[in-house]
Structure formats: structure tokens, C-alpha cells
Design a protein around this ligand. Structure first.
Ligand SMILES: CC(C)(COP(=O)(O)OP(=O)(O)OC[C@H]1O[C@@H](n2cnc3c(N)ncnc32)[C@H](O)[C@@H]1OP(=O)(O)O)[C@@H](O)C(=O)NCCC(=O)NCCS
Length: 178
């Protein structure tokens, strides 16, 4: 799996237009227990209801859960972001995607989702789902830009009473178009 994930991502759209060699190269790899504390640091910085270390560890232990992180190739110590998704019961469900503030706007979230979608398609699964806060304009724009569509509004879904958009991406076309 590792070689599949070593898809250069240094700066905005590098995988489409060629790498900027002045920037560190970040690649995706599966997370391990040693990464939990750094993941939790980002969780606390970016989410209203952050996952705890126990929550992340539980995901690492589930056979159907994929926890992927983006770190720099040179030291493997700078964590830019991560994605957590399940391949379960014929569906891919994205549970979490986050990019730390200094690394935003570089295409990293899109890259991680694209790689998750590639694996999903290779497993013969044709549907990706996720929930997002109605107020989370950045995430909604990210997903809509990748052809996810809002298929349901879940009223008062979050603990603060906020509604969720339930979004779906169909991979039926065999070929990913984003
Ligand atoms: C949402 C998030 C993951 C985006 O990460 P990112 O790596 O900065 O996103 P990308 O650089 O891959 O952006 C891809 C697209 O998303 C959209 N997008 C990203 N950030 C945006 C913002 N602040 N405002 C509007 N659109 C935005 C854009 O359409 C962008 O495409 P473009 O660069 O061609 O305009 C990041 O802001 C984050 O971690 N937020 C906090 C955690 C979170 O809300 N996660 C989602 C939970 S459902």
C-alpha cells in the first residue's frame, strides 16, 4: 500500500503541474500508534469536538478503518494533516479529514480524499459518504469541488445543535474525475 500512497504533494497542485523543489515534499502513509499525539494536537487545534487519543487509537485498531497521515519525506516528523475513513459494508465513509493551519490551501485535503477514493474504487466500492457541519464553508466547498452532493440534511446532528449535511460521491464511472 505504501508505494501507492507515495504520490508527491509539495505545494498547490504539484501532482498536476510538477513539484516545486524548494518546498518540502509531503506524502501519505498509514498512521501508527507513534503518530497519535501529533494527530490529537491537530484535532484540538481545528475541531469543535476533537477526537481524544483513545478515539484515534480505537480507529487504528479497527480492521476496516484507514488512518492516513501526510508527513514530510525528509524527516517524517512534520504532520500536515490526516484522513480517517472506513471501507465497510460496501461503502466508504469519511469520518475525519483535517489539515493543520500552516499547510492549508496547498491541496493536501483534496489529495488525501483523492487517494482514499482511489483505494475505494480499487476495492470495488462505488459510494463515499460523509457528514459536515452546515457552517463549515471550507469543507463544503472542498467536497462540492470534488463532486460530492448534499443528499440529506440531518437536523441538530451535532452536540451543539448544529445541522449536518450528509454528502455522497458516486464512483460508478470507474474513472475518478476530480
Ligand atoms: C477543510 C480542510 C480539510 C481543507 O484543507 P486544505 O488542505 O486547506 O484544502 P485544499 O487545499 O485541499 O483545498 C481544496 C479545495 O477546497 C476548498 N477550500 C479549502 N479551503 C477553503 C476555504 N477556507 N474557503 C473556501 N474554500 C476552501 C477550495 O475549493 C479548494 O480548492 P481551490 O484551492 O482550487 O480553490 C481544512 O480547512 C481543515 O482542516 N479544516 C478543519 C477541519 C475540518 O473542518 N474538516 C472537515 C470536517 S467535515
Amino acid at each position: 500500500m505504501m508505494s501507492d500512497l507515495k504520490n508527491c504533494c509539495t505545494s498547490s497542485r504539484c501532482y498536476e503541474s510538477g513539484a516545486d523543489m524548494s518546498q518540502p515534499i509531503f506524502s501519505i502513509r498509514p498512521a501508527t500508534d507513534e503518530d497519535i499525539s501529533e494527530i490529537v494536537k491537530i484535532e484540538n487545534a481545528v475541531h469543535l469536538a476533537p477526537w481524544t487519543a483513545e478515539h484515534v487509537k480505537a480507529e487504528l485498531e479497527k480492521p476496516y478503518s484507514h488512518v492516513w497521515i501526510m508527513t514530510d519525506d525528509e524527516t517524517d516528523s512534520k504532520l500536515a494533516g490526516y484522513i480517517v475513513f472506513w471501507l465497510f459494508m460496501g461503502e466508504c465513509q469519511i469520518l475525519n479529514v483535517a489539515v493543520d493551519l500552516p499547510y492549508r490551501g496547498l491541496g493536501y485535503a483534496k489529495h488525501m480524499i483523492r487517494q482514499a477514493a482511489n483505494l475505494t474504487a480499487r476495492e470495488g466500492i462505488q459510494k463515499i459518504t460523509l457528514e459536515v457541519r452546515k457552517s463549515n464553508q471550507a469543507a463544503i466547498a472542498l467536497y462540492q469541488g470534488m463532486n460530492f452532493v448534499i443528499t440529506q440534511i440531518r437536523k441538530s446532528f451535532y452536540s451543539n445543535g448544529e445541522d449536518a449535511y450528509f454528502m455522497t460521491l458516486s464512483l460508478k464511472d470507474d474513472e475518478l474525475r476530480f
